[in-house]
Write a protein that binds this ligand. Structure first.
Ligand code: COA
Length: 227
């Protein structure tokens, strides 16, 4: 499938980006707008368990959005792109140009409030307890050691009904172009080794595996020759 994109002007974060896709439904990919936020939280939860619905695994399904959506769109809305099918957000890509700076921002601006929202207790469901332990109740940083070489990172999620139509590929292209326009040297992202759909997608896109830790495989791409 070929997707034709109008050239994006990164000086105007509100510019409407329209893709013409040969399908019956109306597909639009554009820069993030504030009314997208609740949809993005929902999409994050509905795809949060190795690509499937994670809602039942969490005491509060908003927790995933508070960690993997909210901080990114608040800090770097210009790096968030929303895919709409017939006017409804069905997918997104978002991230940060600088993972180290983002980590500092998350600690200062989000962690204290989230720690208050989700105080330490034993009765949470295992997935919720594990995510809170890793992201909120710890002082440790989980920044991978290859961050200086691949400073940006991303998250991409598309609802099942909108998958397999070229949206993922074009969201990755948008994000890559946006980073390149900012002069960023490279990006990375983590994937659950059991998320076979996502692994197939990244391999198809020719992305290079740059690291593996228990429970996560990292892929990366350099955007500047020689960086
Ligand atoms: C993984 C995901 C982002 C892919 O997006 P998508 O819109 O379905 O993918 P596209 O239609 O753009 O596919 C692009 C290419 O990858 C290939 N591809 C997509 N999914 C694949 C899979 N499961 N296995 C093998 N190849 C795959 C397509 O065939 C296509 O190849 P082509 O361009 O040569 O035809 C999407 O399915 C998704 O959001 N899944 C659920 C959430 C998730 O797992 N997110 C990633 C967390 S790390």
């Amino acid at each position: 499938m070929t997707i034709k994109a109008r050239k994006l002007d990164f000086r105007d974060p509100w510019e409407f980006i329209v893709y013409t896709v040969p399908m019956e439904k109306d597909l639009v990919i554009r820069g993030y707008r504030p009314c997208d936020l609740p949809y993005l939280y929902e999409i994050c939860t509905l795809t949060g368990l190795r690509g499937g619905d994670a809602g039942a695994d969490y005491d509060d399904s908003r927790l995933l959005g508070h960690i993997f959506v909210g901080p990114y769109v608040e800090r770097e809305p210009e790096l968030t792109f929303t895919a709409l099918v017939d006017g409804v957000p069905m997918g997104y890509i978002l991230g940060t140009a600088d993972s180290r700076a983002f980590d500092g921002y998350f600690r200062q601006r989000w962690k204290p409030d989230l720690a208050q929202l989700y105080p330490k207790k034993k009765t949470y469901k295992p997935a919720q307890k594990q995510l809170l332990g890793r992201k909120i109740w710890t002082t440790n940083s989980d920044l991978p050691d290859f961050c200086p070489k691949y400073p940006a990172h991303l998250h991409i999620d598309i609802l099942p009904d909108a998958q397999g139509q070229g949206i993922g590929r074009s969201l990755m292209e948008q994000f890559t172009q946006a980073l390149a326009a900012l002069g960023v040297g490279g990006f990375h992202f983590g994937v659950d080794p059991l998320n076979s759909g996502a692994l197939g997608f990244y391999h198809k896109l020719g992305l290079e595996q740059i690291g593996a830790y228990p429970g996560v495989i990292y892929f990366g791409k350099l955007l500047k020759p020689g960086s």
